[in-house]
Design a protein around this ligand. Structure first.
Ligand code: NAD
Length: 416
């Protein structure tokens, strides 16, 4: 499965499973399935060749019982309403699991940002912001970057929204450049939480650090920072990949040098001294830890049997399908679920939002310290519940998250 509408089916299937485990009343489950708000906008853009092209954009607020919506904006040709719905629902669980005062939301535009000029991307982003302006805001729904967008896009969104309001509204969006109301450590945050979760997983399995080998699929924001931070922590990253293919060096790769190679050639492929492998081969390598950090559904029933890693730490959102998870559970593979492992981005986004609202700047040290504390504590909570209830870490994480959302909905009278 790639990033298609199947992501929503997967999100619903996961919710059904947790509803059963938690014995939720059917009407509570139905309420959780349905997003609170779905906005679809069409965005006309005059392209560089002077022709008008109409793009479709989405913003879905899944649930705001615990606070304003929170979730990224994705620019990708495969973006559909169903995909955005799924990603919004996963954000609800992620913010609840990390006990952040947010709900879940997500947005996206169906486009290929690689084929658009910078001028076209800026106009598209500004017009998208105008189109959804009534549905976002510091206390309504706070977007952030996701696949295909970055801090520059967030600066455009902040500027466009502030122009509408007539004053600066930095807290309308997170993941902004550090020079413009952003927070230090935001860019690396997701990769850092992946590494903290990986280190904790190795600890509970009693795998000594020197024996750990790591393969990472995807060398974008999450994949690269996970590789860099794992390397800095003293772990050995032996394989990485991007959409063009992968590389493998059992003696260990230097993530900075691989990035330099990617910047000059456009891909990690062809890195000197490493063997070229396919993305499928990377997933099936004999490594201790596998970090899928690219797209959804890459670990599925077709390849789950061949996966040899002892631990899977989900950098991407939804990389493991429920069928694959059943197979991996039987093999006793420990899966650290996305809503825990990749939550660093939203945790630091929360710090950025707090910084913007209080106008008190945070240091990089404070960001890293607070992030570490939250990820370690949440890992321990999830792991001990999974142990106690004899369920997977994903089930345990979902049980904690879904219960928190249901409690908030009940206390507010949403369900009366
Ligand atoms: P990105 O666009 O920066 O990088 C994606 C990487 O994946 C690129 O290297 C790309 O070449 C590679 N890729 C794309 N398709 C692939 C394929 N079919 N096979 C192998 N590699 C492929 O995106 P990102 O921000 O790093 O996000 C990656 C994943 O992590 C997404 O699922 C995203 O939702 C999730 N995530 C990101 C953040 C964040 O803070 N950026 C936070 C939480 C979750």
């Amino acid at each position: 499965m790639s990033s298609t509408s199947n992501a929503y089916e997967m999100a619903i299937e996961q919710l059904e499973r947790i509803a059963k485990l938690l014995e939720l009343e059917p009407w509570v489950k139905e309420a959780l399935k349905k997003p609170k708000r779905e906005v679809i906008v069409s965005i006309p853009v005059r392209m560089d060749d002077n022709k008008i092209r109409i793009f479709t954009g989405y913003r879905v607020l899944h649930n705001d019982a615990r606070g304003p919506g929170k979730g990224g904006i994705r620019y990708h040709p495969n973006v559909t309403l169903d995909e955005v719905r799924a990603l919004a629902m996963w954000m609800t669980w992620k913010t609840a699991l990390l006990n952040l005062p947010f709900g879940g939301a997500k947005g996206g535009i169906t486009c290929n940002p690689k084929e658009l000029s910078k001028r076209e991307l800026e106009i598209l982003t500004r017009k998208y912001t105008y189109a959804i302006a009534n549905f976002i805001g510091p206390f309504v729904d706070v977007p952030a970057p996701d696949v295909g967008t970055n801090s520059e896009y967030m600066a455009w969104i902040m500027d466009a929204y502030s122009l509408i309001k007539g004053y600066n509204v930095p807290a309308v969006v997170t993941g902004k450049p550090p020079e413009l109301y952003g927070i230090p450590g935001r860019i690396e945050a997701t990769g850092r939480s992946v590494c903290i979760a990986m280190r904790e997983a190795c600890k509970v399995l009693n795998i000594p650090q020197r024996e750990v080998t790591i393969a990472i699929q995807g060398y974008g924001n999450v994949g690269y920072h996970a590789a860099k931070i794992a390397h800095e922590m003293g772990f050995r990253v032996v394989a990485v990949s991007d959409s063009k293919g992968g590389i493998y060096d059992p003696s260990g790769l230097n993530p900075e040098r691989v990035l330099k190679h990617k910047r000059t050639t456009g891909s990690v492929v062809g890195f000197k001294g490493a063997k070229s492998i396919s993305n499928e081969e990377l997933l099936e390598l004999n490594v201790t830890v596998l970090i899928p950090a690219a797209i959804e559904g890459v670990i599925n029933e077709r390849n789950a049997d061949y996966i040899r890693a002892k631990v899977i730490v989900e950098g991407a959102n939804g990389p493991t399908t429920p069928k694959a998870e059943e197979i991996l559970e039987e093999k006793k593979t420990l899966i650290v679920p996305d809503i825990l492992a990749n939550s660093g981005g939203v945790v630091v986004s929360y710090f950025e939002w707090v910084q913007n609202l209080t106008e008190v700047p945070w240091s990089l040290e404070k960001v890293r310290y607070e992030l570490e504390k939250r990820i370690v504590n949440t890992f321990k909570q999830v792991y001990s519940l999974s142990f106690k209830k004899e369920v997977t870490m994903r089930d345990a994480a979902y049980m904690i998250a879904v219960m928190r959302v249901v409690e908030a909905m009940k206390l507010r009278g949403y369900l009366s």
